[in-house]
Ligand binder design. Sequence first.
Ligand SMILES: [Zn+2]
Length: 244
Amino acid sequence: MTPPVRPRRPRYAPPPLPPAAPDVEGPAAVRLEAPLACAACVVEAPEGAFVRMAPGGALCLRCAGFGGLAFLPSGDPALTRRASASAPLAVVALRFNRRRKRFERVGTLLAAAALESARAACAADAEVREARRARDAVRREVADAAYVAAFAAAVRARYPGAPAGAPETIARHACEKASGRVGRTADAKRLDPEKVDLAVVAHVRHAHTGYDALLDARVADKREARDLIRSTVRRTLDAWRAAP
Ligand SMILES: [Zn+2]
């Protein structure tokens, strides 16, 4: 009597690879979350290895024609650019984010030799690039100062009767970096008179009326407070527009 044949249990649970290939330009490979046998050579690719998703199943890098590629994680744009430029083949490395249900780029797979020489080249000119970065930062700083000065001059031209120092205060405030204030908009950068006026009105409202006090005391909401101070703002602007 022959014993009943038990079905062989698989050695591992097949990883839940998403069925569709990700929508990226050029070739892509996906990082495995669990070991998986290559659909062509049947050799098991370990967890963390990259495979290429093909219609017949996942292929190990060798069977996918990506043999000899090394993984370069994202995060060093200069190195990535350099290595990609000299490598004959750059494969986008992805992982599937289960929570967000989408692919995310984790790096690039490149010929190991190209990656090595790019690393060496980056190490060689790291100082040069650092110096260039510092120089660019200074240049931006100077350009910004020039822009603030131009903005202040535009305020002065439209409001010759403004108190001394007010145009500079208005310009500095409106043009503060990353503030999202009126001075950072494209129109303001062309010194559009309307944007200059908006910055002046905002300054007058806060510095020369009871606007902030009304809001702080919660006696009025923004719209009511603006109605209450409108005539004060208008009178102040009229005085500032007139030549001293
Ligand atoms: Zn294979």
